[in-house]
Design a protein around this ligand. Structure first.
Ligand SMILES: Cc1cc2nc3c(=O)[nH]c(=O)nc-3n(C[C@H](O)[C@H](O)[C@H](O)COP(=O)(O)OP(=O)(O)OC[C@H]3O[C@@H](n4cnc5c(N)ncnc54)[C@H](O)[C@@H]3O)c2cc1C
Length: 406
């Protein structure tokens, strides 16, 4: 097994690093996730993605005709790693690039790919995901938003919830019920909805961080052209699950976790507990060692996934392992940071006594959300045990979960 990069890949990494140093000013690093932003922040993030696109660093693995580079995934991986290491802001168009984009490449018509993919890459159109509904989260196939086909249009009525970024998204990839009489996961279709269409109301929801990152989306007699259907009518479950596999991979980044862990080490060495640095406390050292072992294990799992991508194998069960392991690990890292800081950890962002600019409590709450979003840890465990380990399936419970890929 050879885990090293080739001289050409190392040279590419140096080029990318230089480019980021020149093009990403220090003031734009370490910015909070986009949910905490205002409209001006959204514009800045769009400009940043456009800059990356113009440099050829976005979706390098996509075919050239849709705006990609036709490059191998290792190069994109190197770019992603360097962006995280430089503390670059998260890409505002991530749901387009990582979720609906790959889905369109797999299931879209040629016309749909040419219409949507280039604008996704250039951040000209931002996407959100309309899956969850009140009462339909893990049991996603029970969703009720109804789409009636009238002539060459769908007329859509219903409600979505927890829709991240809907407050500034231009488009939503959305699951709707097109056949209420079919078994529940056979009557669903996958449609693309213009967020400016009449009949759509977006209402922000405040999260425990105090910011509004996700939303309720109400749909009242929203007209959507039949051309916006992805895949076959009533076969949306298949398409939806392809998107979910990409989402799970998106939510776990080895380098990001490594960086969080390095931040934790710095905190443990600098923050005093009982008259000595926290890192000198044997109990804390034991906890740090435990986390570092998990970080290393995740790194090697990341290499395995990279190998799968290079060999063009679908993400499969590895995506669930990645989602489960990385989101829980990130939350545990932030949890230990708060323990080390003691009472200082919970000071409000405005307090002058905050430690490390007050980011740890925000990260603690944010990482908890990611354990739930994209399918909860319990659901990932069900998938891994049933599909990965071949353990018995309990049909009544799991057949229609957010997880069901078949
Ligand atoms: C930060 C964040 C961002 C999100 N963004 C989006 C978005 O952009 N678009 C979107 O559509 N949705 C989004 N969601 C919604 C998310 O997908 C759902 O919250 C998630 O799928 C869980 O559904 P639920 O909240 O209805 O919980 P429920 O399904 O009601 O689950 C409640 C609890 O029961 C457990 N549970 C349920 N079924 C089983 C089972 N069969 N076996 C074992 N345990 C089970 C769950 O693990 C959980 O602990 C987001 C959520 C969060 C937190």
């Amino acid at each position: 097994m050879d885990l090293s990069f080739t001289p050409e890949q190392e040279a590419f990494r140096r080029t990318v690093r230089r480019w980021i140093k020149t093009n990403l000013p220090a003031r734009d690093r370490d910015v909070q996730p986009v949910e905490y932003g205002d409209p001006q922040h959204v514009q800045q993030l769009k400009a940043w993605q456009r800059k990356l696109y113009d440099a050829g660093y976005i979706a390098m693995g996509w075919p050239k005709e849709y705006g990609g580079q036709g490059a191998d995934v290792v190069h994109q991986n190197i770019v992603n790693e360097e962006l995280v290491l430089a503390r670059a802001p998260a890409l505002i168009g991530m749901m387009g690039i990582q979720m609906v984009g790959p889905t369109l490449i797999q299931f879209g018509t040629e016309a749909q790919r040419r219409r949507y993919l280039p604008k996704i890459l250039k951040a000209e159109e931002i996407w959100c995901q309309g899956y969850s509904e009140p009462g339909s989260g893990s049991d996603l196939a029970s969703l009720k938003t109804r789409a009636e086909l009238v002539g060459d249009e769908f007329i859509i009525n219903g409600q979505k919830v927890w829709t991240s970024n809907a407050q500034f998204a231009d488009w939503m990839f959305c699951l709707v019920r097109t056949d209420p009489n079919a078994p529940k996961h056979r009557g669903i279709s996958y449609v693309l909805i213009d967020m400016k269409a009449p009949g759509i109301t977006v209402r922000p929801l405040i999260q425990m961080t105090g910011d509004a990152g996700f939303n309720e989306v109400f749909l009242e007699d929203v007209r959507v052209p039949r051309d916006n259907l992805i895949g076959e009518l009533n076969q949306g479950w298949l398409v939806a699950n392809a998107t979910l596999l990409h989402e799970r991979n998106m939510l776990g980044s080895t380098v990001h976790t490594q960086q969080m862990f390095n931040g934790l080490l710095r905190l443990a060495r600098s923050h005093q507990r009982y008259g000595r640095p926290a890192s000198a406390d044997p109990v804390i050292r034991q906890r740090l060692a435990d986390l570092q072992i998990r970080v290393e294990a995740m790194k090697y799992h990341g290499f395995r996934q990279l190998t799968d991508s290079i060999r063009k194998r679908p993400p499969g069960i590895g995506a669930s392992v990645n989602k489960l392991a990385s989101t829980e690990l990130n939350h545990d890292i932030t949890g230990l940071a708060l323990e080390i800081m003691g009472s200082y950890g919970w000071l409000a962002r405005t307090s002058r006594r905050i430690v490390a600019r007050g980011t740890w409590p925000i990260d603690f709450m944010f990482t908890l959300g990611l354990i739930i979003g994209g399918g909860t840890s319990q659901i990932q465990k069900n998938i891994i045990s049933e599909r990965g380990l071949g353990m018995p399936r309990e049909r009544s419970v799991v057949s229609d979960q957010r997880s069901a890929a078949s």
